[in-house]
Design a protein around this ligand. Structure first.
Ligand code: ADP
Ligand code: MG
Length: 713
């Protein structure tokens, strides 16, 4: 028998030398050919020269021309990686991860070595990393640790046209950093030990970091920093003006004609209209993949399910449709699936969020379906609430979306609204900084030593009112001293945690209430889109299945029960079967219980990360055991800003904003209608619904949040 096994390994080795190696060579040749054929390839030398000659350069180029994947490689070959890392920021996690994977492959290196990425909760880089993709938010957090961003020789702010709040703040910060570095000035730096967004540094490493910054301060002269702003939209002027008339260059793209089709009438149900259009294209049009723009994970998963249900009803020969979803919380190995060609004879239909608008270019697309909607975070400074709402896209977005159909040949775009509607769309989306709660940004700027927020050099000023409201929120959460500095320890702890300030506060309070173990679970679950998987047609069934977890106290304790039950199930399985099999079994368990296994997995990852974060901060992770009272009081002490009281007509009045809200039907308290509630999320449809609701005792509010509520005499 030993002979036989030897033999078989031997054969395997020979095979490895032939088969896979030949594949490898062929694949490399194919990649080289692809790289050379990209529109940007002709401009390689010109771009490297421009970067050499300009400290700030703005590069505008059509989506898909090769900016994101190629420019960092050109710069590395041009010698820019010698004195530091080439950093590229992306507004979206998915883009940072998939592009890094692609570039590592193009360079023929293992991901995490020469080419790597870092996003919140995940760092795949090493000391040998020269090209580092990351989210804009992550680089901002790195600045807390290393105010001069001294390890970078070049920073590329990609997708600047998206104008995320992180990009905007980053631009302001980079402007100062670049100035300081070109002067070689080393003034005092902020030495607070703050974790980077992925939170993996240990306390010790942080100490090392701060001593090395000090060394920088005393000895080593800082080297200059090159700054590149990349954008897909033609409007480079705003960036150029902001950087004192910086030079802008254009990279020619390649675009084939795209036929735009509109509906005759407005659609009442765009999900249904989308489904019909997918099948119409599949059954009536020639080969080519379909890209569909949807608003979020729930919508994508529900359309995916509806397609799968309808497919078996088609004739056998027409069933070759491969559905591939892509959205932010999809595990990263699944995200790469959108780039793989479908099996021969199959048509691929990609269900994407607006991630596929400019951040990712997926090969093979000939048809685009654009229902014309997008999910946006909005902020109402007068009420302080920040709901996610589904709104119409801008004209610029509609154009970007249709452009995706004409990358490799003529294509078609189906806009699921009448042509007259197109002309009524807003020209472009309002920058996020003008429509979001600024608490997080202010916290970070303060931690960076920027005391005068109103005086910060923003590329576009946020509303004064929004700044004031957000400062107020941070005051109420105890993040500031009376002099508007970060308070010690709460303000500093809040700045260290990679979470919304309200959630950070909840963890800090929980450590005092001895229920941090429970709160970590709750915050992790609140950080994912939705843990439930409730197909419209199985609503009743799913409610029954979930009943065993529900708590009369509300959704927070229900979430806790679900997490613990799943954990127990997984641990028990692992005693008898392998980890892989246990995870598979857990997915089945999730399905039976109408729980979204992807979201649960995501929440589990977040949970282990934030648990590590708080442990590193020295908070004690203890449990309140069987007694849920401390935890419920802790919920009130943390989320007091979102408290609401029942009114005679069974609606609720939010105490801080005065807004009238209803409990969302998905809440376990939907029928119970307790007197006083706290909630975490406001969903705005035709009504104001609150989700993730728990019942509290009204009297806890003045006791636990006296800064906000006074006892009535
Ligand atoms: P830009 O940043 O200018 O929009 P990119 O550099 O992102 O362009 O993309 C350049 C090309 O690389 C596109 O044709 C795209 O299809 C291809 N590409 C990017 N990522 C992948 C991937 N993971 N697999 C296959 N092709 C990819
Ligand atoms: Mg790009």
């Amino acid at each position: 028998p030993s002979m036989a096994s030897n033999n078989s390994t031997h054969t395997a080795k020979i095979n490895q030398l032939n088969g896979p190696k030949a594949d490898f060579v062929a694949r490399r040749q194919k990649i080289e050919k692809h790289r050379k054929a990209l529109p940007i390839a002709a401009a390689e030398k010109r771009l490297v020269d421009e970067v050499s000659n300009n400290d700030v350069l703005i590069i505008v180029g059509e989506t898909g021309s090769g900016k994101t994947t190629q420019l960092p490689q050109y710069l590395l070959n041009g010698g820019f990686g010698r004195n530091g890392v080439i950093g590229i920021t992306q507004p979206r996690r998915v883009a940072a991860v998939t592009v890094a994977k692609r570039v590592a492959e193009e360079c023929g290196v293992t991901l995490g070595q020469k080419v790597g990425y870092a996003i919140r909760f995940e760092d795949v880089t090493s000391t040998s990393t020269r090209i580092k993709y990351m989210t804009d938010g992550l680089l901002l957090r790195e600045a807390l640790l290393d105010p001069y961003l001294s390890k970078y020789s070049v920073i590329i702010v990609d997708e600047a046209h998206e104008r995320t709040v992180h990009t905007d703040v980053l631009l302001g910060l980079l402007k100062t950093v670049q100035k300081k570095r070109s002067q070689g000035v080393n003034d005092t730096v902020n030495n607070h030990r703050i974790q980077t967004e992925n939170g993996i540094e240990s306390q010790k490493e942080n100490e090392l970091q701060s001593t090395s910054i000090m060394k920088n301060n005393q000895g080593k002269k800082l080297s200059p920093l090159k700054l590149i702003i990349m954008s897909a939209s033609l409007d480079a002027k705003i960036f150029s003006d902001y950087f004192g008339g910086a030079r802008a260059v254009h990279v020619q793209g390649r675009q084939y004609p795209v036929d735009i089709l509109y509906t005759h009438q407005p659609e009442t149900d765009y999900v249904d209209a989308t489904l019909i259009t997918i099948f119409q294209i599949h059954l009536e049009e020639g080969p080519g993949d379909i890209l569909v723009f949807l608003t979020g994970q729930e919508e994508i998963e529900s359309i995916e399910r509806l397609i799968q249900e309808r497919l078996p009803k088609l004739a056998e020969s027409k069933r070759k449709l491969l559905v591939v979803p892509i959205f932010a919380s999809l595990p990263s190995e699944k995200q790469m699936k959108v780039f793989m060609p479908p099996p021969s004879g199959f048509r691929k239909v990609i269900l994407a969020t607006n991630i596929a608008e400019t951040s990712l270019t997926i090969p093979g697309i000939k048809y685009v379906i654009d229902p014309g909607m997008v999910k946006l975070r909005t902020y109402d400074a007068s009420t302080g609430i920040e709901p996610l709402i589904v709104v119409k896209t801008s004209k610029a977005q509609a154009l970007q979306r249709s452009g995706r159909a004409g990358r490799e040949g003529p294509g078609k775009c189906y806009r699921l609204y009448p042509e007259s509607e197109f002309y009524k769309l807003k020209a472009s989306t309002t920058p996020e900084i003008k429509r979001c709660n600024l608490a997080n940004v202010i916290l970070q700027l303060k931690a960076l030593g920027v005391d005068d927020i109103l005086g910060f050099d923003f590329i576009e000023e946020p509303e004064r009112m929004a700044i004031i409201k957000s400062m107020e929120l941070l005051f109420l959460l105890g993040a500031f001293t009376d002099g508007s500095k970060l308070s010690d320890p709460v303000g500093h702890q809040m700045a260290r945690l990679p979470l919304h300030p309200i959630y950070s506060k909840a963890l800090i309070v929980a450590s005092q209430f001895n229920c941090l173990e429970e709160m970590l679970i709750i915050v992790a679950l609140l950080s994912v889109e939705s843990i439930y998987y409730a197909p419209r047609e199985k609503l009743e069934e799913s409610r029954t299945a979930l009943r065993s977890f529900s708590s009369p106290e509300g959704d927070h304790l229900t979430l806790l029960n679900i997490f613990r039950a799943s954990d127990e199930f997984l641990e028990k399985s692992k005693l008898v079967i392998s980890q892989d099999k246990a995870e598979k079994k857990l997915r089945k368990w999730c399905k039976q219980n109408f729980i979204n296994s992807r979201s649960l997995k995501h929440a589990r990852d977040i949970h282990s990360q934030i648990r590590r974060n708080v442990e590193q901060m020295g908070l004690h992770v203890t449990s309140c055991g069987e007694d849920m009272l401390p935890l419920r009081r802790c919920l009130a002490a943390s989320f007091f800003l979102n408290a609401a009281l029942k009114q005679p007509d069974n609606t609720y009045r939010a105490l801080s904003s005065g807004l009238v809200v209803k409990i969302h039907p998905s809440s376990v308290l939907f029928r119970m209608k307790p007197e006083c509630i706290i909630f975490n999320e406001l969903v705005r449809t035709n009504q104001n619904y609150v989700r993730n609701v728990s019942t509290i005792d009204y009297l806890w509010l003045p006791e636990l949040a006296p800064q906000c509520y006074a006892l009535q005499e």
